[in-house]
Design a protein around this ligand. Structure first.
Ligand SMILES: *Cc1c(COP(=O)(O)O)cnc(C)c1O
Length: 381
């Protein structure tokens, strides 16, 4: 049975402005990728990050293209943050390379630079750090580590558009960053992504491989004569449609407004739950800001998480587990252990977080959560 007044876990803030932008694309006659809207979006992202941006179909594709452009070869080892949507490890496997799982910090849930350092071996070629559910990782320490060992560093900023680290934008914290515009992220076109690179050659390589290796068909349509491009490399179709690009131009323009609303929700949860001793709230170090893609609380060990979540869902309150301990996923069969990540995977609860939650909804979530914590607390410790 559906609840009369559900509070969804997530909600994409798409409206009239985005619709108007889509109408323009329909009128233009170029709905496919790498057309005028795609170029305009790339220019907007390039300015925002002061780097070269390539619009692609999703963040998984951006990670794949990044590893190709950086020259990862079969058998190479790439260190990946363990506690995350496991796209980084999937991308490493696309190239028949080996993901090596680094545990995360217990406070920020981002890759622990010391754990990464301990995993570096003769086959290591790079590190993929993740801005966990929107909180940037420790790029100062990670970059020093990468420099010391001659490794590449990729920032998976899928959840972090709008966050900052030491005054710099997430998405510009490493030589290559990968963004997601999936419907559950802070800025969205339903599905979408981008690769942002400081090196023009990396961006050019990614752009070419994202269009079967022959470049923009839109550009070729403008050439006088009869261009017949040759296929010289195996490429992919990872282009972002101009329809999605038009939506994203609006969303990127609204990011500060959308983020301010998410931050207000987080601050409200923080105020209302600060004294709740049956859970631990997210922590944000002073040198960075959070994009609040998700709001994750760690439940006390005595709480039956599955029963609590089912109870909340029964009341129409969206909730879920946090994100994944990658090394525990069957596809990645490994003997490695990452105890912090495993603990978060089993104890985190995601509660509603999006830009349109009202004060009243936040209060209802907190009241229901406080009651459920007591209902589903086992008495034997
Ligand atoms: C969502 C997410 C991805 C995947 O993004 P898509 O655009 O859906 O491919 C990758 N990495 C992280 C950290 C994510 O949260």
């Amino acid at each position: 049975m559906t609840h009369p007044h559900p509070i969804p876990l997530v909600h994409a803030s798409l409206g009239e402005q985005e619709l108007a932008a889509v109408a323009e694309v329909f009128a233009s006659g170029w709905p496919a990728g790498q057309g005028p809207k795609g170029k305009a979006l790339e220019a907007q992202l390039s300015r925002r990050y002061d780097a070269h941006a390539v619009a692609v179909s999703n963040c998984g594709a951006a990670l794949h293209l990044a590893l190709l452009a950086l020259g990862v070869r079969p058998g190479d080892e790439v260190i990946v943050a363990d506690y995350t949507f496991p796209a980084p490890a999937h991308a490493v496997r696309y190239l028949d390379a080996v993901p090596v799982f680094a545990d995360v910090r217990p406070d920020t849930h981002t890759i622990d630079p010391q754990a990464a350092a301990d995993l570096i071996g003769p086959k290591t070629v790079g590190i993929i750090a993740v801005d966990t559910v929107g909180l940037p990782a420790d790029y100062r320490e990670l970059q020093a580590l990468a420099d010391r060992h001659g490794l590449f560093l990729i920032e998976d900023a899928a959840c972090a558009v709008g966050a900052t680290y030491q005054g710099r934008q997430a998405g510009a914290l490493a030589e290559v960053a990968c963004l997601s515009f999936h419907g559950r992220k802070g800025a969205t076109s339903g599905e979408g992504g981008a690769l942002v690179a400081t090196d023009a050659a990396v961006a050019a390589d990614a752009r070419l491989r994202s269009s079967f290796g022959i470049g923009s068909i839109f550009d070729q349509s403008k050439v006088v004569g009869l261009p017949v491009p040759e296929f010289t490399e195996v490429g992919y179709n990872f282009k972002l449609s101009d329809i999605a690009a038009a939506i994203l131009q609006v969303q990127i323009g609204r990011i500060e407004e959308l983020l301010a609303r998410r931050a207000a929700v987080a601050a409200h949860y923080q105020r209302l739950l600060a004294d709740e001793d049956l859970l631990t709230l997210p922590q944000v170090p002073d040198d960075r800001t959070h994009a609040w893609q998700s709001y994750l609380v760690r439940l006390d060990d005595r709480i039956d998480r599955a029963a609590l979540a089912a109870d909340l869902r029964g009341q129409g309150i969206g909730c879920g587990h946090g994100t994944w301990a990658t090394h525990l996923q069957p596809v990645f069969e490994t003997k490695q252990t990452c105890p912090v990540s495993a603990d978060l995977f089993h104890r985190h609860l995601a509660i509603p977080m999006h830009a349109e939650l009202t004060t009243g909804q936040v209060e209802r979530v907190v009241a229901a959560l406080r009651t459920a914590l007591r209902t589903h607390r086992t008495t034997t410790a």
